[in-house]
Design a protein around this ligand. Structure first.
Ligand code: FAD
Length: 569
């Protein structure tokens, strides 16, 4: 078996009947005839759009040739830019859904039962993947989720988008699926972790399209995510786990430095304690009350870098043409994306984040009296507009006060200013880029005539975003937009829309955990036995992939702790 990578493919190879083009390209790269290929499988594909006049795919394949042909090809090498690698005899490449050693039997041999059951707080990507792995090991986890199950959550959000009240317990941040449910479902990540492959496999086992296994920039879309999340939940239940919606974690019970239970509020509002000596805290970055509880319980937390800003919207057509030139709208390409960054002379970083091709801007608030925005897309990414966050790095000197949660306070102040600016209606304050750059408020008339229409469901309140944003944020964005325009023509076009505020792109705090056991520390440095901070809210992830991967990693750590306890070490 060999891997042939860096194979150039025409765009038509990405169409439904493109298999013969792939076969031809692979045979050409190997200097063979198509009939010499016994079998082959696509393992990676990305778009090369560096030259707008020559947009094409670059791909890698696992290929099986007759024994002696394979040896000869490996000896003489591939043609042109293509590269070869000997994959040996194993045919794993042709079984993409097989788990690697860690999830096959995991590291613990046969599953074993460990009373009392571990509790996982939060059913976002971190909590769900952690619970899935714990359930697979036989640990029968209990998952506490303050919001509704995914299907019901959709209805709650539809009701809000149609003008209903904000439910502080069930919204774009809270509810089964976590912040990732109403997302573009981008599965790209910068982390290098062998568990990433297993995360993709688990997604496919739960109903995600298999192409996420070979796409360079896979995404799931909100529409797929709802089914995938409910399938993960059913798998957890079938393996002995339990998922408790509308059940909020309120605090810990300790005996000395040992966790003995967690206090919860159930759907009827009653408080009770669940006995446990392992609690995975995967509460996400918006659980501000939970952060306060963690701080007040004496656990060690620290501030961490984060960023705030606005969402920008352009017509998707503009982005497609800027990125793909004449190839824009080729059916194999889909909606184009982008990623831009600028380093300003005063040392501030400004960058685009969480770009949603063909998506819409959504209200990502979880507190009454606050507006904040984010972006989501459906799998087809067929919306009229492209949107992305434009974020500015926050420094210590920007924070109001010395408390470890001062970053949360900055977010809250911005969200309240946005709510007030929009007439306390959950509309989002918005401004045309042309007006923003020339320090002019956008009038309602000018907004209504603007060719780019805002996608935010609750409507926008046109005005001046400088009334809402801290000065360092507004000034930095104004400085970066023309720079971005030089890299992506049309980015700072006057008709593009800025919508505010984007305050929750990442967690402003970290709950410190031990590097080896992944358990928390008390502020006095002692190990807090049984509390496992996990995912984005705890400061160990940023995005769906890294949160899910951290969930798997923490599940392994919980099982190691149980194993140690059982063997009395
Ligand atoms: P979360 O997903 O935030 O989950 C935490 C869960 O804990 C929530 O369900 C919450 O209800 C629950 N919870 C909180 N407190 C309690 C409590 N006290 N008791 C019980 N339950 C509690 N990332 C990407 O990689 N790709 C994208 O395309 C993308 N798009 C996004 C779009 C939007 C609109 C948003 C908001 C985020 C997006 N992100 C995206 C970020 C991504 O969703 C997060 O990085 C990821 O969800 C973090 O996972 P998590 O499990 O750590 O936390």
């Amino acid at each position: 078996m060999i891997e042939v990578s860096n194979v150039r493919l025409p765009l038509d190879a990405g169409l439904a009947d493109g298999e013969s083009l792939e076969r031809h390209a692979v045979a050409h790269a190997l200097g063979l005839d198509s009939s010499d290929i016994v079998r082959m499988r696509l393992t990676k594909r990305s778009v090369d759009a560096r030259k707008k006049s020559d947009v094409h795919f670059v791909a890698a394949f696992a290929v099986e040739l007759a024994g002696e042909t394979e040896r000869a090809v490996l000896a003489r090498g591939a043609k042109g830019q293509a590269r070869l690698k000997d994959l040996g005899d194993g045919d794993d490449a042709f079984h993409p859904l097989r788990f690697n050693s860690s999830l096959g039997e995991y590291r613990f041999g046969k599953p074993f039962e460990v009373p009392p059951r571990p509790v996982v707080v939060g059913a976002g990507p971190a909590g769900l993947f952690c619970a899935w792995a714990l359930a697979r090991f036989g640990a029968k986890p209990i998952v506490l989720e303050r919001g509704d199950l995914a299907e019901r959550r959709m209805q709650v959000i539809d009701c809000f988008n149609a003008g209903g009240p904000l439910d502080p317990e069930c919204n774009i941040q809270f509810g089964e699926g976590g912040a990732g449910l109403f997302s573009d479902g981008k599965l790209t990540t910068n982390i290098k972790n062998p568990r990433c492959k297993d995360v993709l496999r688990i997604f496919v086992h739960a109903g995600a399209p298999e192409e996420i296994l070979w796409q360079a920039k896979p995404h799931l879309g909100t529409d797929n995510l709802v089914d995938i999340v409910s399938s993960l939940r059913e798998q957890i239940k079938r393996m002995g786990g339990q998922v408790m919606p509308r059940t909020r974690f309120e605090g810990f019970r300790f005996e000395g430095a040992m966790l003995t239970g967690v206090r919860v509020t159930d759907p009827s509002g009653g408080e009770r304690t669940i006995k446990t000596n392992a609690c995975v805290l995967a509460c996400g970055h918006s659980a501000r009350d939970t952060f306060e509880e963690v701080r007040d319980a004496g656990l060690l937390m620290e501030r961490k870098p984060f960023a705030v800003g606005v969402r920008i919207e352009h017509p998707q057509e503009l982005i497609n043409h800027a990125q793909y030139g004449a190839a824009a709208n080729h059916p194999a390409l889909g909606a184009a994306d982008y990623k831009l960054a600028a380093h300003l002379p005063d040392g501030r970083g400004v960058y685009t984040f969480c770009m949603c091709p063909g998506g819409e801007v959504v209200c990502a608030a979880s507190e009454e009296g606050g507006v904040c925005v984010n972006g989501m897309s459906r799998f087809a990414r067929d919306g009229e507009n492209a949107n992305a966050a434009v974020l500015v790095g926050v420094e210590d000197r920007d924070l109001p006060g010395d408390d470890v949660l001062a970053g949360v306070e900055l977010q809250r102040l911005m969200e309240r200013a946005a709510y007030d600016a929009s007439g306390k209606t959950y509309a989002a304050p918005a401004q045309r880029v042309g007006d923003f750059l020339t320090h002019r408020a956008t009038s309602s008339d000018a907004g209504a005539r603007n060719p780019v229409r805002p996608s935010y469901a609750r409507g926008v309140a046109w005005g001046d975003l400088r009334d809402v944003l801290p000065a360092f944020v507004a000034d930095s964005i104004a400085e970066a937009l023309p720079q971005f325009d030089r890299r992506l023509h049309g980015f700072a076009s006057p008709d593009a829309i800025l919508t505010g505020v984007e305050a929750r792109s990442s967690s402003p705090v970290r709950i410190v955990r031990d590097k080896e056991t992944l358990q928390a520390h008390f502020a006095n440095g002692a190990l807090c036995s049984g509390v496992f901070p996990c995912g984005e809210g705890a400061g160990y992830a940023g995005g769906i992939m890294s949160a899910a991967t951290d969930g798997l990693r923490v599940a392994e750590a919980v099982m190691q702790a149980f194993k140690k306890e059982r063997s009395g070490v």
